[in-house]
Design a protein around this ligand. Structure first.
Ligand SMILES: *Cc1c(COP(=O)(O)O)cnc(C)c1O
Length: 400
């Protein structure tokens, strides 16, 4: 059988019935150019070697796997392990695809990177990549988010990016996407849109997955090295779904390894209280691709809610919708309360302060460990929690 990653998606970017590219006409030739460039570069020894060099000497890869002994003892069942993407430069997995997108842009002769950002994590990672390659960087951000996420705005500016405030509508992520896309249409001859997850029109869901695949490749090798076997279960939080696709990519062809995506259940399963798109959504189109989405009674993208702003999206990467349908990945949820509890526990008992996003995967592992004595669970610790400590302690204190 051909390896999963070599057969998915098809030439047009479809994962089963999901994915594709629904583009405004002016962007069609530019996306064709991106597809051609990626097709060529993904097979080029020079591109692959450049990326290897960057990962080792700039990002600090490989990141380790840590055995969470204390949490495993407390949970009393499976042994829990964490892939430490919090130790990747800039503190999360996002730099894995941002560096590769910037390298792609450079090979295409582009001089500028454009993107939107919500909480600012993607903006900081892309601005870092732009600084490394000496490129211009333009990040669109809602005015509400600019006020809420001041330290990331400072970081982006220090890194040399232009932050464009967006004052339309609710002044948050959705408006920032629209604004960034508008600006990209005008500059697509010399700029590349740096999409922040495995979402958007083809080829981005495939490219971003391929750029994150390093997490899974390292994980498989390190886990076998450490324990002599493969993990029984692998889990990751799912917002757009890039860190999950990264770690899952190491294990698709290992049929005995069970894969679990964890969506944010927020405060309840009522529409508007969560962002669990695969669990409660329906088939539909969003931002140029077909996937599952959360919609309101009028068919518009529904408001979403979670403690972890990086998981706050009413859509999800099309490959996740496909993997849910084929049954290769099982999708579950963790709510705000149990994720916060996991945030405190990992900090207090393992010495690792996780991002609130990653804490959802920790919560799932803690819950499942009890039911699987003698088994092993590998979770993707997608990022560190420095960005969340002020909010968490001011709102909820220091835990028990
Ligand atoms: C952005 C972010 C996520 C969510 O994005 P995915 O594409 O679903 O991985 C998860 N964890 C961290 C730390 C993030 O910054």
């Amino acid at each position: 059988m051909k390896p999963y990653l070599k057969t998915t998606p098809d030439r047009d970017g479809f994962f089963g019935e999901y994915g594709g590219a629904m583009l405004p006409p002016p962007l069609v030739p530019h996306f064709a150019e991106i597809c051609d460039a990626y097709d060529r570069l993904s097979k080029s020894a020079e591109f692959i070697n450049d990326l290897r060099y960057i990962r080792k000497h700039f990002q600090g890869r490989p990141t380790p796997i840590s055995h969470l002994r204390n949490l495993s003892d407390m949970a009393g069942g499976a042994q829990i392990y964490a892939k430490r993407e919090d130790l990747n430069h800039t503190g999360a997995h996002k730099l894995n695809h941002c560096m590769a997108e910037a390298l792609l842009a450079k090979h295409m002769g582009k001089t500028k990177l454009i993107a939107e950002t919500g909480a600012g994590q993607h903006g900081v990672a892309l601005a870092t990549a732009a600084a490394y390659f000496g490129m211009e960087c333009e990040i669109h951000m809602g005015e509400v988010d600019i006020a809420k996420e001041a330290p990331n705005v400072v970081r982006m500016k220090l890194l040399g990016a232009t932050v464009v405030p967006v004052g339309e509508g609710a002044k948050t992520l959705k408006e920032a996407v629209d604004s960034a896309f508008g600006s990209y249409i005008d500059q697509a001859d010399h700029a590349l849109f740096g999409i922040g997850s495995v979402v958007g029109p083809h080829p981005f869901p495939m490219m971003v997955r391929d750029f994150q695949k390093i997490v899974g490749i390292e994980s498989r090798e390190q886990f076998v090295d450490m324990t002599g076997e493969l993990p029984d279960m692998v889990t990751a939080c799912v917002g757009g779904g890039s860190n999950a696709m990264g770690i899952f990519s190491g294990f698709f062809d290992d049929e005995d390894v069970a894969l679990y995506g964890v969506e944010p259940l927020g405060t309840s399963s009522k529409l508007g209280d969560h962002a669990a798109t695969l669990t409660y959504g329906q088939d539909g189109d969003i931002h140029g691709f077909r996937s599952k989405i959360l919609v309101d009674e009028n068919g518009n993208p529904a408001p979403v809610n979670t403690l972890a702003s990086g998981l706050d999206y009413p859509g999800v990467g099309p490959e996740h919708a496909y993997l849910q349908k084929t049954g290769r990945v099982t999708y579950s949820t963790a709510d705000d309360k149990e994720s916060l509890d996991a945030f405190y526990k990992l900090s207090r008992h393992e010495g690792i302060i996780p991002a609130l996003e990653s804490a959802h995967a920790v919560a799932f592992a803690l819950r499942e460990a009890k039911n699987h004595p003698g088994k092993s669970i590998l979770l993707n610790l997608s990022g560190r929690g420095d960005k969340d400590i002020d909010y968490v302690t001011e709102t909820y204190g220091y835990g028990e």
